[in-house]
Design a protein around this ligand. Sequence first.
Ligand SMILES: [Mg+2]
Ligand SMILES: [Zn+2]
Length: 367
Amino acid sequence: MKKYLFIDRDGTLAAEPEDEQIDSCDKVVFEPMVIPALLKLQDFGYSLVMVSNQDGLGTPSFPLENFNKPHRLIVDTLESQGIIFEQILICPHKSEEQCECRKPKLGLVLPYLKDLNWDREHSCFIGDRQGDVQMGKNMGITPILYDRQKHGWAMIADELTSAHRTATVERNTRETQIKVTVDLDSPGHSRFDTGMGFFDHMLDQIATHGGISLEVTCKGDLEVDEHHSIEDTGICLGQAILKALGDKRGIGRFGFTLPMDEVYAQVFAENLDDDGVTVALDISGRPHVEFDFDAEFTRDKAGEMPAQMVPHFFESLAVALGLTLHMKVTSGNCHHQIEALFKAFGRALRTALSRRGNELPSSKGKL
Ligand SMILES: [Mg+2]
Ligand SMILES: [Zn+2]
């Protein structure tokens, strides 16, 4: 999904003159580092929209021709450096006119607000005034207050491009109440409480070896059996990772093997698109899971986890995440067999989730 930076012009892209009106070309001075910062942000996948109030534009106090020349200079200069604004939205009214389009009112951005097909969670409004901050809030996106000294462009670009991919998914049914939170870019903050010690231990393998943080609480109908709790946790985990992945730009894909004591587990993970278009392998467009467990599990249970719930857990997760997943494990101690599968899955996931650059790893241009 597209993510946007809505950006104020005066005082944010170009320095605001004392009389607060950029009405000639010699008043055009860019804010420090705005060009490299916007290039970096654009590269990171943001689309840009300019949103500006120009008080009394087109009236004798601010004739259109006095606005147009410096405005063109600003836009053309940015464009010549590769910075493209998808749209430039301008309110020409004075505040006393009580129009519907003056920031922080929403008139200018209504077409965007009506479109549900972009990523609110990762979009921002950047501006130098409290009105801009309010505008971000009114739009339901993150407001960022620009301040040349304290919160300049270099800092904003750094913050936005190192933002963690996080998500929370909750699922409440008669059988289970589950909350899963993931942070794909910061390991070490994991917590598990599923009521099943062995399952907690296995989820910890995914987090630890996946290099991610994972918080899972599950209150399930364990008095019936473990089935619902394990299955639904798999679904929520898959949904949470998918949600956190966002537009999936820059992520890797991976095949992996892992020896563990006497057993040998193989995992091959590959991200597929969420609406079912095949991007790799010979699979016709749906999440796909292949288990090749050479030997059956050597016991029915490890801790309170039924061995047959292991493939079911991964299947639930893979379907929710849109994952093509092949898993193979050799014979050996049942605890080791299961643990090796979770560890190997974590390792494969780590590489599949890792980000490098900004390209969509798909020659189809869609993941
Ligand atoms: Mg401003
Ligand atoms: Zn207006």
